[in-house]
Design a binder for this molecule. Structure first.
Ligand code: ZN
Length: 447
């Protein structure tokens, strides 16, 4: 009996040893980076190869090699050429895919530089890019063979200084965030260092991050800008800055993003990292976050800064959906089509609600949809808004299935009347569905 108990307690370790053996069989603990251009218009989507790079660190899990989350609008996988076995995959979203929903995408064709990273394969592999069709199924759009021994794989010397903000464990068992500065000049280094400390303090002041703090490492790369501040096209202010960010992305003043993701990867590669968060030197409300891509927001003094960090980080970490109505400059009506279930853990169209963990969390007898017992506090924001929505104190709400969310008033449902993914409060909470999703995903990344 004792032996059996011993065996049982060793089982999880045996499973981990097995998958670590898989990592060692297929990969070296370094990064191979595939740069490409994502191009097309509202109805077409193409991928064009740019460059392969070898980078020194690999911060990702050595156990979770295959992504089974079901998240994202994009997916890439690495297939062993000799056996045809998929040895690595990850899901993600991109700024280009958001642009596809803008009015501009109906008028013209556009490309953006993008990039994916994976552990350095030992043998010849094939990379495949998949996107979702209108029913949400994955469709392969591009593939290319990669010989990891090719002497055309670029290796650039690292040239920026880095510093640790908070280190809690080995990179393969933690979520590794890299903070990049935007619009801080050489003379403003201390200001950026303080912004990095504030970011850690702000993120870890919210649950479940406070409780799971030991699962995170935060490092920063110091890349000073020529000019101080951030480009504001709508105000006629243009600046030469390290992340090339700007307000007025897709003509929404508060949407502060950069189109050059490869440039962010160049900077991030100086440290072991999985998630990129860019802190911009601005006191102006604004930012954005995209699942497993990057997030960016103002690090200056404005009242909702912590709420913005926590909201955008929710998009970046696991692609939490926006639970609010309106407020974006793309076509809201086509973001969550009525005939399919969204992949986001905190939104449903009720097409396949049973597939969601949320459906098993509802108190018995909860009516679907759930009527609001008090006036709907959902926020209807204006894409031209220059200030955060008014603050309210959020109290623990009743978990249900409330109509309104995902930018629309009808046909998309949210779990709580007022979660942090609905409104950016300096004092607020995630609904239980978002919180459970965050906990699960951190577990997925840290295995
Ligand atoms: Zn929520």
């Amino acid at each position: 009996m004792r032996r059996l108990i011993l065996l049982l307690t060793l089982l999880p370790f045996a499973a981990q040893a097995q998958t670590n053996a898989q990592f060692e069989k297929w990969f070296e603990p370094a990064t191979l980076r595939f740069d490409y251009h994502h191009a097309g218009d509202a109805t077409t989507e193409e991928y064009f190869f740019d460059e392969l790079r070898r980078e020194p660190h690999w911060a990702g899990s050595r156990t979770t090699l295959i992504d089974d989350t079901g998240f994202g609008s994009q997916m890439f996988r690495i297939v062993d050429a000799a056996t045809g076995q998929t040895i690595y995959s990850r899901t993600y979203c991109t700024l280009w895919n958001e642009w596809q929903f803008t009015a501009e995408a109906k008028q013209l064709r556009k490309s953006m530089p993008e990039s994916v990273v994976f552990p350095l394969p030992k043998n010849e592999v094939r990379i495949e890019f998949h996107t979702r069709d209108r029913n949400g199924a994955w469709v392969k759009k591009y593939e290319q063979s990669i010989d990891p021994r090719s002497y055309f794989i670029a290796q650039y010397p690292l040239r920026h200084e880095t510093f640790d903000v908070e280190i809690n464990g080995a990179p393969e068992h933690t979520v590794d965030i890299v903070l990049l500065p935007e619009g801080y000049t050489a003379a403003e280094r201390k200001k950026f260092e303080q912004a990095a400390k504030n970011f850690a303090r702000d993120i870890f002041s919210y649950e479940p991050y406070r409780e799971l703090r030991k699962k995170f490492n935060i490092r920063a790369v110091w890349t000073p800008s020529q000019d101080s501040g951030v480009t504001m096209p709508g105000a006629g202010e243009w600046r030469n800055t390290s992340a090339k960010a700007s307000f007025w992305t897709f003509d929404s003043e508060r949407y502060q993003m950069t189109e050059d993701f490869q440039n962010l990867r160049d900077q991030a590669a100086h440290v072991p990292y999985e998630l990129i968060y860019v802190l911009s030197n601005s006191d102006k409300y604004g930012g954005g976050g995209i699942y497993n891509f990057y997030a960016l927001s103002s690090a200056g003094d404005y009242t909702s800064r912590a709420g913005v960090y926590i909201h955008e980080f929710g998009h970046l970490l696991l692609g939490l959906g926006d639970e609010y109505i309106g407020g974006v400059s793309y076509d809201e009506q086509s973001m969550y089509p009525a005939h399919r279930e969204p992949w986001e853990v905190n939104l449903t169209t009720l097409v396949d609600f049973e597939s969601k963990a949320w459906s098993r969390m509802l108190p018995e007898g909860t009516p679907i949809p759930t009527p609001l017992t008090r006036p709907a506090p959902i926020h209807i924001t204006d894409p031209k808004a220059t200030a955060p929505p008014p603050m309210e104190s959020v109290r623990a709400d009743e978990l249900g299935v409330y109509e309104g969310g995902g930018y629309v008033t009808k046909g998309v449902y949210r779990p709580w009347p007022n979660c942090l993914m609905n409104n950016l409060h300096t004092i607020g909470e995630f609904c239980p569905v978002c919180e459970a999703g965050i906990r699960n995903h951190i577990e997925f990344l840290c295995r």
